[in-house]
Write a protein that binds this ligand. Sequence first.
Ligand code: BTN
Length: 253
Amino acid sequence: MAKLPLRRALWCGKNFILLDEVDSTNTYLKRGDFPDGTAVIALRQTAGKGRTGRVWTDAQPGQALFLSVLFHSMKAEDMGFLPLLCGLAAANTLGKGAAIKWPNDLLIGEKKVCGILCESRIIGSEISAVCGIGLNLSQTQEYFTENDLPHGTSLYLSCGEKRTVLQAAAMILDELEPMLEQYRREGFAPFMKEYTRRCITVGRQVQVLRAGESLTAKAVGITPDGSLLCEKGGETFPVRAGEASVRGLYGYV
Ligand code: BTN
């Protein structure tokens, strides 16, 4: 039975499931009844899900990490912060060169290397979160060209670094567990500085697409509730992750 090479995490990934193939690791965790901190990795996904209803493209086994982690006893207000925390945790495993495109795309050299989809599962009064992380490990340029992913890259392509699926997952879980524990004690405030430092969106012109309408504004910061603070014509307004899609005006960022 495969084991995650965890160094720090005690409960995140303690219950670990490795699948050869599944529709989506997020959907798998939402379907069953698993302990807190359960992590599931699939070598292939046949119906991988991206944010805002998009598809998350599959890859050859071992070339990409498809990881989902289950967290019990969440509060409704945590659901806005969880994607940011997961993004920061995953960014920390990718080194100094990794940037966050708000809310939680991870970029290296302005190309997307990792995407995160957090979903909630509500049974009675119990809210659980399923955090899905798709990290491109070793796909080649041909993969991104053939799959029409011009803004995508892999860790190997961008940094020449080789990481197995199990190593990459363990690194993320080792990072995420203490962050989640600190978040539960102190909220998101202690992470704000580091998140903003990594966030490449702040300071750029962005196109905000909300309810079929599009407007151009400047991203000027992150609000205490994790929204993107935008400015247009001297007025500032928050943009919430679930409500709008934010695109850079130049290239992908
Ligand atoms: C995005 O950037 O649109 C989010 C992509 C999230 C992909 C991951 S792969 C593991 C997990 N299972 C899924 O179906 N989606 C997430």
